[in-house]
Ligand binder design. Structure first.
Ligand code: GDP
Ligand code: MG
Length: 720
């Protein structure tokens, strides 16, 4: 039986993934900014309940990355267009956000040139109806020459009809491409003539001609034209440019917009009386002066509620009652009743339950945090934040695009690093990869919660939010410093982003996101943390002679003493803190589980308060804060380092990234500890203080020094 392949194509945020999930029943995570779907995903059309469905052809749906255009400038555009032109799906299901018709039809006009049968899913019809606008699907269908199906993907309205229309459309011919003005058309004809031996298919020939007219490098390479052909084409283009007095790419863009605007105007009747609720909210939320304070307040509240207030109550219960007394107590008495050896009891209770339990205890706080983060993302607020950040980042030579990976990193650094693929400028992309893990991820949350609870009881409200803001501050600081080096200089990438309408997030989507993160966290606790806790228990209970010894004579202690001096200037010269930091490289949760195992806190009936008390005994407020900061900023966990390596594509760059992160972490912790102990703990000035002053001066110099790259350029231009 023949397979039918439907390609879902559309602008970012038009609802492709929502429709894809609806049609295939798979649970792809629905993100709210460009770049979340970077790789294409496939699924089978699910036709439950339809009698005789065995006779149906097998229908495969491909969710392609969201794009605004088929130009070759971003990874998503290239993926999508190569798929369409080279793999030739049977039919395109073009998702058009009806609440943003004109902008979306711009892409449609390009899809019509691919020579593939097409159906339009006119999505977000619920939003359009609410706004009072009226879209006429029949007029749109007539103007474009392909079927138009109204849908509301979040509600599942029309999804199946759209898919079935696409299946039917396979047998029909593709829509005819829109005609450009006469001058352009005749130039395209001449270019097409040059291609006559290269491309047989008439429609594709036109597509290639347009791309060549736009001077598209990728297509030039693909066609491998001879130099004389290229020269001929270049001449045609120059003549056309002279006649229309514009560069060829803009000529095509303008002509497209002209056609698309008139089609949109024909099929759309706007309700002019109403400023939509979204517009009203945006006036405040993206206001030049209010935007940042609002963002800061929102994030403050989110971290405050998740980590400091509500989250703590649930976590305390988990730790005290569930892990502290029920599980530890139950397992202890069980092991005793079966007469298990003392060492085995210790391994299970102090090692495994102590380590894994200490981490699992923080699951509720994480879940609450993720609930808020995905709510903010899904309702459309985070898209505004990227937009706001673009204004600030641009001044530093960065683009708002760099902020998207950072937002994703507040969940987990690995997808955050991967999302950097959407940044077209190679230098910006590398820089984003280097700084994106400064934003605290879910796995770092237990560290924050532990330190906040242990060291700042009663006044911990500012600790968790401060870590988020410190992360952003470090990104900005790094942006300024790195942009001034020749490795990263250059103009920021362009950042165009459509702001989706605000809307109530779908409960299913929220639940999915929280579940996905929570599950990953629990799986990690059961694997990496489990093994690491056992290992830490072993190394801290046995000496080099493989006999059980006091912790201070254990294998781990001797290794720990070896690395501790490095951390002494940062205030955590206790070998257990140093070891915990190193185990954090396997997974950041390990910092907490290692401390828990080493401090042997599960022996008491109440696990977390005991852990908090022992941790409190290890640190001063200042050194605890420095310890936390170092663990936030230093080299991320191995999974994230692996992602950095994949995305950087080189060992050298991976080392540069990890080295930079660790060096910055070291300097910032040094500053915090050395200045903090003089300012807040009343210690006297010491050699460490002097070192910190020197480090601060170097840091300030790196930030304020003139941009050498900017200086060199003008004379070069003058001579050329
Ligand atoms: P993609 O970027 O094209 O994959 O778009 P998504 O599927 O991620 O959807 C972007 C956002 O629009 C999500 O928050 C969806 O819940 C929402 N959305 C999708 N379809 C509709 C719709 O028909 N109506 C409304 N109101 N929201 C929708
Ligand atoms: Mg998507």
């Amino acid at each position: 039986m023949k397979k039918i392949k439907i390609a879902l194509v559309g602008n970012p945020n038009s609802g492709k993934t929502t429709l894809f999930n609806d049609l295939t029943g798979s649970n792809q995570y629905v993100g709210n900014w460009p770049g979340v779907t970077v790789e294409k995903k496939e699924g089978r059309l699910r036709m439950t309940g339809k009698p005789g469905r065995e006779k149906w052809p097998q229908v495969i749906i491909v969710d392609l990355p969201g794009i605004y255009s088929l130009s070759p400038y971003t990874m998503e555009e290239v993926i999508t267009r190569d798929f369409l032109v080279l793999e030739r799906p049977d039919v395109i299901l073009n998702i058009v956000d009806a609440s943003n018709l004109e902008r979306n039809l711009y892409l449609t006009s390009q899809l019509m040139e691919c020579g593939i049968p097409m159906v339009i899913a006119l999505n977000m019809m619920d939003v359009v109806k609410k706004s009072g606008d009226i879209v006429n699907p029949d007029r749109l269908s007539a103007a474009l020459g392909c079927p138009v199906v109204e849908t509301s993907a979040v509600k599942g309205d029309g999804s199946m009809q759209a898919a079935l229309a696409a299946v039917r459309q396979v047998k029909f011919s593709p829509p005819a491409p829109l005609k450009f003005g006469e001058t352009v058309e005749s130039t395209l004809g001449m270019i097409g003539h040059v291609l006559k031996n290269k491309v047989a298919n008439e429609v594709l020939k036109r597509w290639y001609s347009i791309k060549l007219f736009e001077r598209d490098e990728k297509v030039r390479e693909q066609l491998a034209l001879s130099q004389s052909d290229l020269d001929k084409i270049e001449n045609f283009i120059k003549v056309c440019e002279a006649e229309l007095d514009d560069d060829s790419e803009s000529i095509i863009t303008n002509e497209r917009y002209e056609r698309v605007t008139s089609i949109a105007a024909e099929s759309l009747q706007r309700n002019l009386n109403k400023l939509s609720a979204s517009d009203k909210i945006d006036r405040i939320v993206t206001n030049r002066w209010l935007a940042l304070p609002i963002f800061a307040a929102v994030m403050f509240i989110v971290y405050y509620i998740s980590v400091s207030s509500v989250g703590t109550i649930v976590t305390d219960w988990m730790n005290e009652t569930l892990f502290g007394s029920w599980i530890t107590g139950g397992v202890s008495s069980l092991l005793e009743s079966v007469g298990a050896a003392g060492w085995l009891q210790s391994l299970i209770v102090d090692g495994i339950i102590g380590g894994v339990g200490a981490v699992l205890g923080f699951v509720p706080q994480m879940m609450i945090l993720f609930f808020f983060l995905s709510f903010l993302e899904d309702c459309g607020y985070m898209a505004r934040v990227a937009f706001i950040m673009d204004r600030i980042f641009r001044k530093l030579g960065l683009s708002g695009k760099s902020f998207i990976p950072m937002l994703i990193s507040s969940g987990c650094g690995v997808p955050g690093i991967m999302a950097s693929r959407t940044i077209e400028s190679e230098k910006d992309r590398k820089m984003t990869i280097m700084v994106t893990t400064f934003i605290p991820c879910g796995a770092k949350l237990p560290i924050i919660a532990l330190i906040a609870g242990a060291m700042f009881p009663g006044s911990s409200w500012w600790v968790a939010p401060s870590m988020y803001f410190l992360g952003i501050l470090m990104v900005i600081l790094s942006g300024i410093i790195l942009k001034k080096t020749p490795l990263f200089s250059g103009e920021p990438s362009p950042f165009v982003m459509e702001l989706p309408q605000y809307h109530m997030p779908a409960a299913k989507n929220l639940f999915l996101h929280i579940w996905e993160r929570g599950r990953a966290f629990i799986v990690k606790a059961g694997t990496v943390i489990f093994v690491a806790s056992g290992l830490i228990w072993f190394l801290s209970n046995f000496g080099w002679n493989l006999r059980m010894v006091d912790q201070d004579e254990s294998i781990l202690a001797s290794i720990g003493h070896f690395i501790t001096p490095m951390f002494s200037p940062l205030g955590f010269g206790d070998w257990r803190a140093a070891v915990a930091t190193v185990t954090g490289l396997a997974a950041k949760e390990n910092v907490v589980s290692t401390l828990s195992v080493l401090l042997g806190v599960s022996e008491g009936a109440e696990s977390t308060p005991a852990l908090l008390a022992s941790v409190a005994g290890m640190f001063s407020m200042v050194s605890a804060y420095a310890f936390m900061v170092f663990n936030m900023l230093c080299a991320p966990c191995v999974a994230a380092i692996g992602a950095i390596h994949r995305e950087m594509g080189s060992v050298k760059w991976t080392l540069i990234a990890v080295g930079y992160q660790t060096a910055l972490a070291y300097i910032i912790s040094l500053l915090i500890y050395q200045f903090g102990r003089v300012l807040f703990l009343g210690h006297t000035v010491s050699a460490g203080t002097i070192a910190a002053i020197a480090a601060a001066l170097i840091l300030i110099w790196l930030v304020v020094r003139p941009d050498s790259n900017k200086k060199i350029k003008p004379p070069q231009k003058a001579t050329s």
